[in-house]
Design a protein around this ligand. Structure first.
Ligand SMILES: NC(=[NH2+])NCCC[C@H](N)C(=O)O
Length: 415
């Protein structure tokens, strides 16, 4: 992908999983984590409650490691604050947000709107992410049955504790964007941030960024399933979160769009919480090296999608070994699959659960990982990979690792 445009001027440029990372979108976990309570953990997609203070320290360490390695870190909360400093856009956003939160009772909607709009923009964004408890807002007395009989659910607006997994809400693909349609109600509103940033932020609004998929489409797809193997090939997980219908729509738009992409490899993985996205079991760490969780190896079907000259999609079940499928796709003689936890059933079970296969490559052969997955980390080093470890006691409780916690916006193109 040679181009005469300076890469620093591009708002989105991602043609690989491993090209030098220049700019990335994160969210620093905040008060939303403290609104997690045992009764609603499952619905909010958590298994435990992280200790916020330590989770923030760990997240700051993550962003420090990225900055020390030349990556520009931008935060969702700051970009959306830039956008919502315009009063009309702020109104539009709050209105849409409340509608999507299922707030239909007019008296409640007015009260929440007034409550939110009484705050400064930054405070309002933090509150929207943290959730609004019922005892935060005083409602006008209304003479209605629903005003008298109350359920004991504590929130008017649910918290969004998963927002620190920015990977999932969208995916930069080439110079375009796929805005996710999240599978679960718990995460669906998160993608409003991406919608507004894409539509209104100065960094994006005039850049003519094509949308390969949009959040309003009816089938679910999440960024953790979208991997850019090269400037010609993507891998997409057909998983617990990403549907075959969504993959087809994205494939049609991308493969028939004005891009270099020619093929999508669809990895059909078991639909299970511990394998929720493809990147929980498979990530790229170097030109010819991948991490893999052995739990999927026997259970993997791979289909290739390409586009015919008339724009119709063609499908082929590729029954080769995964190594052969990947080396063919990348034009290499050989690729190596590095097993999470060395393939030992206990170690790999434990380390994969804590995202041992979820590496974030910041350059070919250089990855950020959780330090707790020490067996997988040492193995990566033995294979010549440079491993930058970050602390993860609290962050890992959300079931996502460094790749899940980052949405690359700009990577250098590979030579
Ligand atoms: N790309 C990923 N693997 N993301 C992990 C997301 C974890 C989050 N708790 C969820 O269930 O949605």
């Amino acid at each position: 992908m040679e181009s005469c445009v300076s890469i620093d001027s591009l708002s989105i440029n991602v043609y690989s999983e491993i090209g030098v990372l220049k700019k990335v979108l994160l969210h620093r976990p905040g008060k939303e984590i403290e609104n997690l309570v045992p009764d609603y953990l499952g619905r909010l997609l958590f298994d435990d409650i992280p200790y916020l203070k330590v989770a923030q320290q760990e997240h700051d360490k993550f962003s420090d490691v990225l900055r020390e390695n030349g990556v520009e870190v931008v935060y969702v909360e700051n970009l959306i604050a830039d956008v919502l400093n315009d009063d009309d856009i702020k109104n539009e956003f709050v209105e849409e947000f409340l509608n999507e939160s299922g707030i239909i009772l007019p008296v409640l909607k007015d009260a929440l709107k007034e409550y939110l709009l009484s705050m400064n923009t930054e405070e309002m964004i933090d509150t929207i992410i943290a959730g609004i408890r019922k005892d935060d807002v005083k409602l006008k007395k209304v003479n209605s049955l629903s005003g008298i009989i109350k359920d004991d659910y504590p929130f008017y607006l649910d918290p969004m504790p998963n927002l620190y997994f920015t990977r999932d809400i969208g995916a930069s693909i080439g110079n375009g964007l796929s805005i996710s349609r999240m599978k679960t109600e718990a995460r669906r509103r998160e993608t409003l941030f991406i919608k507004y940033i894409h539509k209104y932020h100065d960094l994006f609004k005039d850049a003519n960024i094509p949308l390969w998929y949009d959040r309003t489409m009816p089938f679910s797809i999440e960024g953790g399933d979208e991997l850019i193997l090269s400037d010609e090939v993507m891998a997409i997980g057909c998983s617990e979160r990403t549907s075959s219908e969504a993959i087809e729509i994205l494939a049609k738009n991308l493969l028939n769009g004005d891009t270099s992409f020619k093929k999508i490899l669809v990895f059909e993985i078991p639909k299970a919480r511990s394998f929720m996205h493809l990147d929980t079991v498979f990530t790229m760490v170097d030109y010819d090296k991948f991490t893999i969780h052995s739990g999927i190896q026997g259970n993997l079907n791979v289909y290739e999608i390409s586009s015919g000259s008339d724009g119709t999609l063609k499908y082929r079940n590729d029954t080769n070994s995964l190594e052969n499928i990947l080396s063919n796709a990348l034009g290499l003689d050989y690729v190596e699959l590095i097993k999470c936890g060395g393939g030992d059933p206990i170690i790999s079970g434990r380390e994969q659960w804590n995202d041992g296969s979820n590496t974030l490559a910041i350059a070919p052969g250089v990855v950020v990982t959780y330090e707790r997955n020490y067996v997988s980390n040492e193995l990566l080093e033995k294979k010549g990979i440079k491993v930058l470890r970050i602390p993860s006691a609290e962050l890992s409780r959300g079931r996502g690792g460094p790749r899940c916690m980052s949405m690359p916006l700009v990577r250098e193109n590979l030579r």
